[in-house]
Design a protein around this ligand. Structure first.
Ligand code: ADP
Length: 269
């Protein structure tokens, strides 16, 4: 088999994208998509930045709802598929936009998933971007291999790995770290999400997933990857996601927003 003829086409599409960031997690439900949405919003809060968000969590695409773009339809023009713009400088692409109904399940085999990821990179008119953020499925599967194959030539800045403090989640993080190392993807750092809950009434802190927080930090240290910070639980996050609202803007003074903003500043550097 010769070289993939689509690779140069992808490279020319991505030539106008300055930074490419993947968001990974070992497990589902740790807040990967939630964090991705906040990363996109935070980058796009700078009006001089053009931001693209690509959802390749093909079997469970949840970003359109979180970004308030549910039910949108993709349009194509001579220059390719147009991303769905959730604000002037924030465009996104998700398989969800191509389904006849939001409840339709996707049961695709590897080859078809790869084909779609390729199209998202080759056929979407991303234009010139400062940041392209890619939300991936949990674990390490076909999608991760394809995105790495297709984007490698254009250079991936790195991956942010999201975990909770729970032992089983941390166990899977090791696999993500190994995957990145094998694939040659730099690791921007690890985020410990759902790290403690401060009761709004008594102000006492409870640790929901582990006896204490800090497992993420210890693991990062052991694995030699940067630790970006802990993000406490905030029940208002779920409501914001359900309504497509920007939590960081609505509750900017909350400890959770402050923690996320400090993490995003480190990623941006
Ligand atoms: P993943 O993408 O890893 O599967 P999601 O981003 O869908 O996870 O998050 C899983 C659930 O946890 C969602 O209901 C989300 O609203 C909630 N969630 C994520 N992070 C937090 C947090 N820091 N505080 C409270 N709820 C959170």
């Amino acid at each position: 088999k010769g070289p993939d003829p689509d690779l140069p086409l992808i490279a020319s599409r991505l030539a106008g994208v300055r930074h490419k960031i993947l968001v990974l997690s070992g497990k589902g439900g740790v807040g990967k998509s939630t964090f991705t949405s906040m990363l996109a919003w935070a980058f796009a809060s700078d009006p001089d930045s053009e931001v693209g968000l690509m959802d390749i969590d093909i079997c469970g695409p949840s970003l359109p709802k979180m970004m308030g773009a549910e039910g949108e339809q993709i349009h194509s023009s001579a220059s390719g598929w147009s991303p769905i713009y959730v604000s002037d400088n924030l465009g996104m692409m998700s398989i969800q936009f191509m389904l006849p109904s939001a409840d339709d399940a996707i049961i695709w085999r590897g080859a078809k998933k790869n084909g779609l990821i390729k199209q998202f990179l080759k056929d979407v008119d991303w234009g010139n971007l400062d940041f392209l953020i890619v939300d991936t499925p949990p674990g390490t599967s076909d999608e991760h291999l394809s995105i790495n194959t297709y984007m490698k030539e254009s250079g991936i800045d790195g991956a942010v790995i999201i975990t909770t403090p729970q032992e089983v989640a941390l166990l899977d993080v090791r696999k993500e770290i190994n995957f990145c190392r094998k694939a040659g993807i730099p690791i921007l750092g690890l985020v410990e999400n759902m790290s403690g809950f401060v009761c709004p009434n008594c102000k006492g802190e409870s640790f929901i997933f582990a006896p204490t927080t800090g497992g993420g930090e210890a693991l990062a240290k052991e694995a030699g990857v940067p630790f970006l910070g802990k993000v406490p639980l905030d029940p208002r996050i779920g409501k914001c996601s359900d309504h497509g609202d920007n939590f960081l803007e609505m509750y900017e003074d909350s400890p959770t927003s402050k923690a996320i903003i400090s993490i995003i500043k480190q990623i941006r550097k």
